[in-house]
Design a protein around this ligand. Sequence first.
Ligand SMILES: [Zn+2]
Length: 191
Amino acid sequence: MDFNLEDLAQYEAYLRGHFLLTTGRHSDQFLLMARLTERPWALKPWAEQLARLLEPYRIHTVVGPAIGGIIPAYAVASHWADGRVLFAEKDEHGTMRFKRGFQLQPGEQVVVVEDVVTTGSSVDKVIALVEQQGAVVKAVGALVDRGHDKPHWNSRGYEAVLRLAKGSIPTWDPAECPLCRNQVPLTRPKA
Ligand SMILES: [Zn+2]
């Protein structure tokens, strides 16, 4: 199967319109991956493929950023008999933390799995958290990369960023948004 944005459209996980992103920027395309993960059978081939791509690393501890990364991380790790899933979540100050007793051992190797990466800032925060514990991120896997290749993706210590679907989706500052100029109603699909 091909993994692309159009495949997600059938589940309404890939939308076209006029969207307010969490960054405050606007876009004409939106990824609402909860609509994919709401159907475990539809997520399954995506998770299988990501597990296959991560398999050469032989690392079966997966860290996912809450909320979007939790279900994909679980779906990937469920392919391994010794799979383990931890999720990182923001505390009241917006700092990414392990709660619920989740712990990594010093030197332990992990992979990070996320649903959608845009600038990679969430993944970066997870990597920093893992490193704080003395553990090491060896690879990052994402269902979708909606951003452009950023230099920082290659400047961290890990070996690879694996992405099943790639898009180069434009975003605009509201003041420069062409859809605002045409008075297209703005929506927030996650709200
Ligand atoms: Zn706009």
